[in-house]
Structure formats: C-alpha cells, structure tokens
Design a protein around this ligand. Structure first.
Ligand code: SF4
Length: 280
C-alpha cells in the first residue's frame, strides 16, 4: 500500500484562475510541486514519493520535488513566477527524533519518518510481493528506499514503539500512519501490522493510528487491527476503472473489486463511519 497526505483546503475557494489562491492552485501544486528547499523530504518509498513536506496555509502537504515547477516559495509566500498566489508556505523543520538511534543501533530516521508537521509514518515491511517488474504498481518505489539504505526491511514492534514515543515527546507528533508492503500470506500483511500497532498503542496511549493494507482474505483481521489499537484504516484501490487498474497496478488488479467492497463494508462496521478511506 502507500502513504500520503492530503493537501488540506480549509476555506479554499473553487477558483481555477492561474495565480488564484483557491482549489485550482492547490491542485496544481499537488501535481507540479513547488521549488523549495525543505529539510523534511521523502526521496522514495511506498507509493508516490519524492516529496517536500510543508505547510500550505497551515495544512500538512507533501508536494512533489520538481525543479521545473513554475511554483516557488519566497519569504514564506507561494509564488507562481513573480505573482503571489495568496497562499503561505512554511517548510517543516527537521525533527529532533531523527538524530536518535534505537537501543539496537538503528537510526530512528530509518524506522519512521515525519510527514507534514505532526504525522509519523512508517512502512513496517519494506518489501512487496507485487514489486516484480510485471506486477508492481507503476507509481510505487517501496523497495528503492531499501536499496538506497535509507530504511530497513522490517521494523520490529519494539523499534516502532521506541520511535513513536520519542516523536511524540520531542516533536509533537499527533498521529501515526502505518503501511506495509503486501506479504504472501492471506492476511496480506495485516497481522504483522496489528502486532506493530499494539506495541505503539501500549507505548503511547491515545495516539491515533491509521493502518493501510490490501483487503485481507480473512476479514476478521480487521477486528484484530482495531482491537490492537488502530483507530482508522485505508484500503487503497487507486482506481475504480478495471482497465486503469490492470495497466497501472497489474499485481493489485488481480484482487477483484468485490474483495475491496467487502473489506470496506467490514472496515466501516469495525472502525466506524469516517474512519475508513481509500485513495483514488
Ligand atoms: S501493492 Fe506493493 S507495489 Fe503496489 S503500492 Fe502497495 S507496496 Fe507498492
């Protein structure tokens, strides 16, 4: 699966005018990125990556790193060329927990990353059975960060608990996202996610944790995740168009839509309304 952050649109107006401060500008920077030197970046990883982490008018945003973007930041303002778009942009400072190392010698930065200003994100298993060339999702770079040495293949529950506690205490993290590469078992990685959630929930009681996974074959694991302490879940279909699914996610497209619909239904029953999401 993949992680990500929406660009929030509090008070956004639906203006598509070039240089406008409304919805259109926010969509454009989500697509084209912004030229800005942000200390918190993600150069590869599960799902779309190569992004700068900033606050756009105070809302968390992960924007593509694109040196060709017509948008840039000057004195905290989002500019299109020399025109002020009306939006403010603040870069997210490097968090203090990045400078720590786990009890077993792994830099915290390789265990979990800051997304936006206050979201801790991790990919608990950094490999995916769908990453073979013929199967992998065309937008995903999950194993590239492993190859580059910027993360480790599997994070233990104890490591995640240690990093989450520090990120909350030192950097004001307010929520956590845990995703996973798809594993070979019928749970597709959900059971290991549940072990990780349980460890973090015990270390940092009350921290909201969203999990992300493919539809598990046995839907009872959704209850296991909830009971472990997960407060929300993303089951990401990416597209509802079968042709697009086969072309862009050949591996994931082998999971029939009916399985997604059944998983969403059960997830809403278990997690509650507005706690179940998907990416399109
Ligand atoms: S299924 Fe695998 S290849 Fe596709 S987005 Fe998820 S981690 Fe990446």
């Amino acid at each position: 699966m993949r992680t990500g952050i929406d660009i929030g649109c509090p008070g956004a107006t639906r203006s598509d005018a070039p240089g406008g401060s409304g919805f259109g500008t926010r969509v454009e920077i989500a697509l084209q990125g912004v030229r800005v030197d942000a200390p918190v970046q993600r150069r590869s990883g599960a799902g779309p990556s190569d992004d700068n982490h900033v606050l756009v008018d105070g809302a968390n945003a992960a924007l593509p790193i694109n040196p060709q973007s017509p948008y840039l930041v000057r004195d905290g303002r989002l500019m299109r060329g020399s025109v002020d778009t009306g939006l403010s942009v603040q870069v997210v400072p490097r968090p203090r927990f990045y400078d720590l190392v786990t009890a077993d010698g792994v830099p915290y930065e390789k265990i979990a990353r800051l997304h936006g200003a206050d979201v801790l994100a991790t990919t608990v298993v950094q490999t995916c059975i769908r990453y073979a060339e013929q199967d992998r999702c065309r937008f995903c770079a999950i194993e590239e960060s492993l190859r580059s040495g910027s993360t480790i293949a599997a994070k233990t529950p104890a490591q995640l608990a240690e990093v989450a506690e520090a990120a909350v205490r030192l950097d004001g993290v307010r929520q956590m996202v845990m995703t996973t590469g798809t594993t070979a078992g019928p749970d597709r990685g959900a059971r290991y996610l549940a072990r990780c959630v349980r460890a973090v929930a015990e270390a940092v009681p009350g921290l909201p944790i969203q999990v992300q996974c493919e539809p598990p074959a046995d839907l009872s694991v959704l209850t296991t995740l909830r009971e472990a302490g997960a407060t929300a879940i993303g089951i990401h279909v990416e597209s509802l168009d079968e042709e697009v699914r086969r072309r862009w996610m050949p591996g994931k497209a082998t999971v029939p839509m009916e399985q997604y619909e059944a998983a969403w239904d059960e997830a809403v029953r278990v997690f509650g309304r507005n706690r179940v999401s998907t990416y399109l």
